[in-house]
Design a protein around this ligand. Structure first.
Ligand SMILES: CC(C)(COP(=O)(O)OP(=O)(O)OC[C@H]1O[C@@H](n2cnc3c(N)ncnc32)[C@H](O)[C@@H]1OP(=O)(O)O)[C@@H](O)C(=O)NCCC(=O)NCCS
Length: 182
């Protein structure tokens, strides 16, 4: 599993590219805006309250890429490099066969199908480049937009699983159709 050189992705309307220090203000916005974070729970030490916290977070993303523990892409429209959202693969299983996907998008850009585009690109990367067997998504049971996104992209709710850390979360799964089924 190698994230260097950084695997830039693209789809019809968007680029998925590395998040840089230049994206500081947009990262602060995405991680602190009330609408974006309605259903996202973070412990006090994981909250991004100011530019210094945002910088620290971007440095953590860099560290994760170096150590190959997780990868986050910034989402930009093809005609404007400004960051409008992010999507990541993280929480890889020990054997690197399962990962979790996470995402957020500036509300100005909701309801345009842009996160669906990003998710398709990241799922394809996860299955065909990282050879994951499964991608999971933990989402708040009231997060209709997130559930809609996942269901439209083939993720299936696993009613038998619970998130030990958050009783309000439900867990969706997407199996790699090419995974070895023994
Ligand atoms: C979750 C989140 C990314 C979903 O964003 P979104 O814009 O609703 O997602 P999509 O990209 O799937 O857009 C889908 C909508 O765009 C519409 N759309 C408009 N133009 C479109 C186009 N050209 N192509 C496809 N869909 C289009 C679709 O009709 C669809 O709405 P519908 O399913 O009600 O018909 C967003 O709500 C968000 O950032 N939430 C806050 C962060 C968050 O909660 N993250 C999850 C943590 S687990």
């Amino acid at each position: 599993m190698r994230f260097t050189p950084f695997p830039k992705l693209e789809s019809h309307r968007i680029f998925l590219r590395r998040i840089r220090e230049l994206d500081l203000n947009e990262i602060l916005f995405l991680r602190s805006d009330k609408t974006v974070n309605t259903y996202i729970e973070r412990s006090e030490d994981r909250k991004t309250k100011n530019l210094a916290d945002a910088l620290k977070f971007i440095k953590e993303l860099d560290d994760c890429i170096e150590t190959e523990t997780s990868i986050a892409w910034g989402i930009s429209l093809k005609n404007n490099p400004k960051l409008i959202g992010s999507i990541c693969l993280w929480n890889f299983s020990k054997n690197h066969k399962v990962a979790e996907v996470g995402y957020d998008l500036n509300p100005e850009f909701h309801n345009k199908g842009l996160m669906s585009e990003a998710l398709k690109a990241v799922v394809a990367f996860g299955f065909y480049k990282l050879h994951l067997d499964k991608i999971e998504a933990f989402t708040h049971t009231d997060n209709k937009r997130s559930k809609n996104l996942l269901e439209k992209n083939g993720f299936i709710l696993n009613k038998n699983r619970r998130d030990a850390d958050n009783p309000f979360n439900i867990i969706y799964e997407l199996e790699n159709p090419k995974a070895n089924k023994l």
